[in-house]
Design a binder for this molecule. Structure first.
Ligand SMILES: Cc1ncc(COP(=O)(O)O)c(C=O)c1O
Length: 394
């Protein structure tokens, strides 16, 4: 078989198919033509291993171990400066090649084998990289799950405070993969200080909303470190990033390189820099529209008979809508039928599910970053809700 021809055929099919789908995966987005130009640039052929030197006019200087980096040095310095300015961070590191690796890099910098890490259970929306089955476990950390308030779909601060005082984790992870409402950073800061823990805010899902000033402001609220992916609500290339206070910068930089990453995918750093400029200019408008769209979609689905979570709180303050579909066939059936109708979304565990339900959980998670990025507004959300009703209910 001619795999070469087949591969290009598959690429063409993918473009045609996903280009004609309604893409509602909460963790995905599409990049602008400008970001795509950066991603296919010559930087994708190159290496730039090296250490951070001083700064000149606020821009990072580098001591590289490779030749040929004169233009890339400026690109990386600009990416760092843009990220620091946009998120009010003292220091940015753009080396991690994904959000999970950004988390691993921080764990490696700030903990020792056998330390504890607090986070949300996966069933309650926590990301696997915060737990023993993934990055936290790889580095020998022990999970301390927060108490979760299923009605409020948020961390139960009072009950979690008791757990934290008893267990004394070294790192307190905040942020999640199912993330409808801002997390209580301010409320948990005091206990973090009391037990000498660092608050690490994983903003992978909500980075674009934070860039637009529409979710929460992790550093102003008390986070020490802010880890993230760069491709969910933030419409950058797939990658990772760490923002932190200056006092933690050298430990985190060393953990990133030479610690855990050698080649930091230079084309993605260039794409990230372009996306940061776009979000500096249009982020507020984009984030506003994302939230208007997710609320409009939630409301329309609720009116059409879907069991949308958190009606009493206005359904959502983020890009996500969560729906309990257990009474209409379950998450697996609904997500599969939607795919047959070219509507792409996730089945998802709800907090009262068990990990054994992963194959057919009670919920679906819907996200609007991509449909918003291609220009859809509230009226299209009503149409999408109608389509979903036809597929999932009728
Ligand atoms: C909260 C959270 N953190 C980290 C990650 C991992 O990011 P990546 O897929 O870029 O490794 C995800 C992925 O969905 C996530 O939801």
């Amino acid at each position: 078989m001619d795999y070469y021809r087949e591969l290009f055929d598959l690429i063409e099919k993918q473009h045609k198919w996903r280009g004609s789908c309604i893409n509602l995966i909460a963790s995905e987005n599409v990049t602008s033509p400008a970001v795509r130009e950066a991603i296919v640039s010559d930087f994708g052929h190159r290496y730039a291993e090296g250490l951070l030197g001083g700064r000149s006019n606020g821009l990072q200087l580098f001591d590289r171990f490779y030749q040929g980096t004169r233009y890339f040095d400026r690109v990386e310095a600009i990416a760092m400066k843009l990220a620091e300015d946009l998120f009010g961070a003292e220091h940015a590191n753009v080396v991690p090649v994904s959000g999970a690796i950004a988390n691993l890099t921080v764990y490696n910098a700030l903990t020792h084998y056998g330390d504890k890490i607090s986070g949300l259970r996966v069933e309650a929306g926590g990301h696997i990289s915060h737990t023993h089955v993934s990055c936290a476990g790889v580095i020998g950390l022990k999970d301390v799950p927060y108490a979760f308030d299923e009605r409020e779909m948020n961390i139960d601060v009072d009950r979690s405070r008791e757990i934290l005082l008893k267990e004394k984790p070294r790192i307190m992870m905040l942020g999640a993969s199912v993330f409808l409402f801002p997390h209580p950073i301010r409320e948990l800061k005091e206990v973090a200080d009391e037990i000498n823990a660092r608050i690490v805010y994983d903003g992978a899902h909500v980075l674009g909303l934070i860039a637009g000033g529409r979710f929460q402001d992790p550093f102003r609220e008390g986070a020490d470190v802010f880890t993230t992916s760069t491709h969910k609500t933030f419409p950058g290339p797939q990658g990772g990033m760490i923002l932190c206070k200056n006092e933690l910068a050298s430990k985190i930089d060393n953990s990133a390189f030479p610690g855990l990453t050698s080649n930091h995918h230079l084309h993605h750093v260039a794409g990230l820099a372009v996306a940061l400029v776009e979000m500096q200019k249009f982020g507020r408008e984009y984030a506003d529209q994302i939230i208007r769209n997710s609320k409009a979609l939630a409301e329309a689905m609720y009116e059409l008979g879907f069991s949308v979570l958190c009606e009493h709180k206005g359904f959502t303050e983020s890009h996500q809508v969560l729906v309990d579909v257990s009474s209409i066939g379950g998450g697996d059936r609904v997500a599969n039928d939607c795919e047959k109708a070219n509507i792409i979304l996730n089945k998802n565990l709800l907090p009262w599910d068990s990990l054994r339900d992963t194959g057919n959980p009670s919920g679906i998670r819907i996200g609007v970053p991509e449909v918003t990025h291609i220009g859809m507004k509230e009226s299209e959300m009503k149409e999408i809700a109608e389509f979903l009703k036809r597929v999932a209910i009728e």
